[in-house]
Design a protein around this ligand. Structure first.
Ligand SMILES: Cc1ncc(COP(=O)(O)O)c(C=O)c1O
Length: 364
């Protein structure tokens, strides 16, 4: 209770508002895993046409977009839900599947918003440490109990980079009770090149408890418009739709997502460029002496422990903004070739000072 006697929801008392700070815009932006290339040209044209209609509310059920996504992916439209970014859908899933006292198992360190969303839904977060920078599915399974409603699998894992393989994931799903939902967060799906990693959609037929979460924010370059989609069995989609905030997927977001589906040719080149640059940046960092896990996303991770802050500060002086996870590591988004060159030069320059007190992982 506050001084005024006003009462707020008890489960929120442990929650602190989680506004993500945007870096100084004058820096090279390698902190938020956005694409460096701007929106796709044909999507910009679609947006320019749609902007004249923003006096009208959007189609709240996003019928056209749902059907287009369903046709594109080859699933029924009743199995597709839309939300305000995958974050909006993550919140909807938690509200749809959890009761007060339910538990949600998730990997840690992973996407930092997970525990916040779990608490806001009144559920209890059950983090499970990573194993060699990837989700430890065996340990996650051991954390499941009768209160568990959802297990989040982040594939590939943000911020560390590696993903779990098809065989491992299938074996996990076979052992997990079908009453527990698996939220497979594939925010970086377009960047995955490891042939061993599964396309989550192929798991849906045998596992109705799986929900695949994807976004137009990352590879498609629509981070500010806030539109993501979920593909799952009908019972999950029906429950998730009940938690939809009216009009939360805006007219511009729907128009841009629709145009994005038809812009695969435009998307292809830039995604390939990012994958090439990811490999080049990793190789260059390795040859500078850093330990760098493989990455299937548009970012790389250095587990620098106590030296993370110094590294982030050092890069800031070189005009590069990266994401520092205090006392754990630093995540660097793959930018354009020129941006990555600055990143590499900066990493090389701060190396001496940082590596001496870094808790680097032992060499493989
Ligand atoms: C693993 C993961 N999931 C979800 C998101 C959220 O993306 P959005 O809400 O923009 O779709 C991010 C963004 O960084 C992410 O890394």
């Amino acid at each position: 209770m506050s001084m005024s006697g006003l009462r707020t929801r008890a489960t929120l008392h442990d929650v602190v508002p989680a506004f993500v700070r945007t870096p100084d815009p004058s820096l090279i932006q390698l902190a938020a895993n956005e694409t460096a290339y701007g929106p796709l040209p044909s999507v910009l044209e679609a947006l320019a046409r749609e902007i004249a209609h923003v006096n009208r509310y959007p189609d709240d059920g996003a019928v056209g977009l749902r059907h287009a996504i369903a046709d594109w992916l080859g699933v029924e439209s009743a199995r597709v839900a839309l939300g305000a970014g995958s974050l909006g859908l993550l919140e909807q899933v938690m509200l749809a599947l959890c009761d007060q006292g339910s538990e949600v198992v998730y990997p840690w360190r992973s996407f930092d918003v997970y525990p916040q969303l779990i608490r806001v839904a009144g559920a209890t977060p059950r983090p499970v440490p990573l194993q060699e920078e990837r989700n430890d599915l065996d340990a996650m399974l051991e954390s499941v109990n009768e209160r568990t409603r959802v297990v989040i699998v982040c594939n590939p894992n943000n911020p560390t980079g590696p993903g779990v393989g098809r065989f491992e994931l299938k074996s996990f799903l076979h052992r997990l009770p079908g009453t527990v939902a698996v939220l497979l967060d594939e925010a970086y799906f377009e960047y995955v090149r490891d042939p061993d990693m599964p396309d989550g959609l192929t798991l849906l037929r045998d596992h109705p408890n799986v929900a695949v979460l994807r976004t137009f924010s990352k590879a498609y370059g629509l981070a500010a418009l806030r539109v993501g989609y979920l593909v799952a069995g009908r019972p999950i989609v029906e429950a998730v739709d009940k938690t939809h905030v009216t009009y939360s997927v805006s007219r511009l977001a729907q128009a841009a997502a629709l145009a994005s589906i038809s812009a695969q040719d435009e998307l292809h080149g830039r995604v390939e460029a990012t994958v090439r640059e990811r490999n080049r940046v990793r190789e260059a960092l390795l040859s500078q002496g850093w330990q760098v896990p493989t990455s299937e996303g548009n970012f790389v991770w250095l587990r620098l422990g106590a030296a993370s802050h110094a590294f982030g500060k050092g890069l800031g002086r070189w005009g590069v903004a990266v994401k520092v996870v205090p006392n754990e590591g630093v995540r660097m988004t793959i930018g354009t070739r020129e941006e990555n060159d600055v990143l590499l030069e900066a990493a090389g320059a701060v190396r001496e000072g940082v590596l001496s007190d870094a808790e680097q992982l032992p060499a493989e």
